[in-house]
Design a protein around this ligand. Structure first.
Ligand code: NAP
Length: 294
């Protein structure tokens, strides 16, 4: 049975790509946008758009959608620091312009990040105060406000995402896999805690947010366990059978990266209480990833 029409921005990205495939397989008519990489996605209508070209958005992607899931973003934390104007244009200004294209009854789901928190405490809930510590996070926090300016706006803050490879975007699990397969060392932070979330759990939770009537306007979507990347890496090599000795524990300071919060783990009890969301633990998520199932 064909369901409604959904617009997914960022169809060439890690999350948008999986989301297009998944929702198309669930019977939705899916339109996906890309910017510089045209993905091959069966059953998905693809449209090219540049979010910084605000004047062209209406003709590029306007339509009669039941819901919009905005997953396109300027996501590289280090590049956001280097090119703050571009980060603001894509992550903030484009959201206001995009949201203004859709009437109030359209659900406008905007994907944000756990990094909007300063990471000093961890286990953040939706009512906790955001306090971004770098440009990426600052623009994402401002983008949340722009999304909530739309009457149907809903913000979903994701934790660190892992899942099967996508054609153009290299999330952290794909980068790690690439290094391990090449027999190269993999530096992994021991001093940054997150609640990594399996992409399949994200897809199901977003589907519920499209199909049911959410009571709130902000949701946290993370995995069941709070771990650092080093701990995650050890489970990853065990499940996939890679060489454990390639993993190298490092601290954020020793690598000299742009500042990130130490503990941006998320409390996802709102999603659990309202929608029965039960996120996977890391081992379970990795096993599903190995089997290639969402
Ligand atoms: N992945 C994670 O671990 C993670 C964690 C927390 C939150 N998030 C959030 O989740 C969302 C999706 O992230 P992701 O990892 O899927 O991102 P990604 O893989 O980096 O993909 C970014 C997408 O945005 C598109 N894009 C970038 N600049 C654009 C522009 N000027 N105009 C139009 N499209 C543009 C890219 O298109 P082209 O490639 O075609 O240029 C691509 O489709 C983002 O909001 C991100 O902040 C991700």
């Amino acid at each position: 049975m064909t369901k409604g029409e959904i617009l997914i921005t960022g169809a060439s990205g890690q999350i948008g790509w999986h989301l297009c495939r998944y929702l198309a397989s669930q019977g939705y008519r899916v339109t996906g946008t890309y910017h510089s990489h045209k993905p091959a996605l069966e059953g998905v209508e693809l449209r090219q758009c540049d979010l910084t070209d605000v004047a062209s958005l209406s003709s590029a992607i306007g339509g009669d959608y039941q819901a919009v899931i905005h997953a396109a973003a300027y996501t590289n934390v280090d590049k956001c620091e280097k090119f703050p104007d571009m980060a603001r244009r894509v992550n903030v200004e484009a959201i206001g312009a995009l949201a203004s294209l859709f009437p109030p009854e359209v659900r406008f789901i905007c994907i944000s990040t756990d990094l909007v928190f300063n990471g000093e405490r961890g286990r953040y809930g939706e009512t906790d105060r955001v306090d971004p510590v770098n440009m990426y996070a600052e623009t994402k926090a401002a983008g949340e406000k722009a999304a909530l300016g739309h009457p149907g706006g809903i913000v979903v803050r994701l934790a660190l995402v892992y899942g099967p490879d996508t054609p153009f975007s290299f999330g952290f699990s794909s980068v790690m896999k690439g290094l391990l397969e090449a027999g190269k060392p993999v530096p992994l932070f021991v001093d940054q805690y997150r609640t990594p979330v399996y992409v399949g759990d994200i897809l199901r939770a977003l589907q519920r947010l499209v199909e049911q009537d959410p009571k709130h306007r902000i949701y946290h979507l993370g995995g069941a366990e709070r771990v650092n990347r080093w701990e995650f890496g050890r489970l990853f090599v065990d499940v996939f059978g890679y060489d454990r000795s390639l993993l190298q524990p490092v601290t954020t300071e020793s690598v000299g990266l742009v500042r990130r919060g130490k503990d941006c783990s998320l409390d996802c009890s709102r999603l659990a209480a309202e929608f029965g969301f039960r996120p996977s633990g890391v081992l379970e998520g990795l096993r599903r990833m190995k089997q290639g199932v969402y």
